[in-house]
Design a protein around this ligand. Sequence first.
Ligand code: F0G
Length: 458
Amino acid sequence: MILPFAESYKIKMVEPIRRSTPKEREAWIREAGYNLFNLRSDQVFIDLLTDSGTGAMSDRQWSALMLGDESYAGASSYFKMKEAVREITGFEYFLPTHQGRAAENVLFSVLFKEGHIIPGNAHFDTTKGHIEYRKAFAVDCTIDEAYDTTLYHPFKGNINLAKLEEVLSSNPKEKIPAIIVTVTCNTSGGQPVSMENLRHTYALAQKYSIPVIFDSARFAENAYFIKEREKGYENHSIREIVREMFSYADMMTMSSKKDAIVNMGGFIAMRSEDIFRQASVFNIMFEGYITYGGMSGRDMNALAQGLYEGTEYDYLNTRIGQVGYLGTKLKSFGVPVQEPFGGHAIFVDAKKFLPHIPVEEFQAQTLAVELYIEGGVRGVEIGTILADRDPVTRENRYPRLEFLRLAIPRRVYTNNHMDYVAVALGNVFARREQITQGFRIVYEAPIMRHFTVKLERA
Ligand code: F0G
């Protein structure tokens, strides 16, 4: 017999989690204003809110922590991280930041001004938030295939090059300070971008002399998909693929809370010394001195180690295999999900799941609340609430897709937990016709409302 799959690690420390009853959860979610961010973690049995900062560090990362150098300037931990960033990405210059959005804040402070246009595949919400906060505009040029959840396309994070060229050719060069490519593309369902698409995007950018930034939070998962799905890469190592990917970018922002498997941390990296110098000023202003930028020495050590572990094939195979395991189970219950399955999460198609709930009543949020009440499983809405209002008209933006995202923390849950999640959502699917009521907003913040929104039943 062929030996079956088994995880590429074993467990050395555990954290108890507690079950609760649907009745308790009904009361808790009502008190939370039907916003799952407002729940206390002990009110959650299986937490799939995010894969960001929720991973389990390895024994080697915990050991690295003990060797952290907390010197204000020039700490050995900084040089360890700088070396890891250089080795993995090829970028010579780098600045640590406390997380991904801080990286965006520092880099965008150098590059983006009012009236600018920043095209790319679908921008993540903090990225878009930092663009729109500067009164600039994010233009989504993702391929149309990404918006048909049942259509198989191996690289649904790809940029439509014709759409991109249309934006580049119809605007003066000074208006477009950069193109942002998010790898993998969280917003379109944790979907990868092919090497071919990265190469062509970069060539187009060079034709118009516009720099390319990678939003790199899940760059290693993207590389894994290239190895698995793109012809010519099957025999390349993940590290080789990663190096080639970054050769098609001029700069990167990184939320290390994802593919560097740490609980906190981020960075920016680039080839240009000039941009590094300019960004250093903002880093000192917003984050901290350039050799720690909002991170402690021990965290930089763990991050450096995490960059190496996060780009190992066996780890990625285990991680993405588990996401696929959940997706396959859900499909067997008939639950409509984005296919192919993403790298970090399963994206449930709420429009197909609850077609009888009007979009104005937030289908994906309704589904998230139902799943929580059913099984104590916390997912997150990636739909109308997250999409915010149009900054100019202040009208609700209705995205083409309404997703309930089930993001899987790295190295945290077993496949038994995935079975539990699948049955809980399968049960909701079986009683979906009895769910007839969505939600209305009673409080929302002017920007990035989904974190603090309060709702009531419509
Ligand atoms: N870019 C992408 C693609 C992201 O998914 C995130 C965060 C960020 C940037 C910002 O990084 O959180 O470290 O400030 N995504 C998390 C999520 C929050 O749940 O998907 P951050």
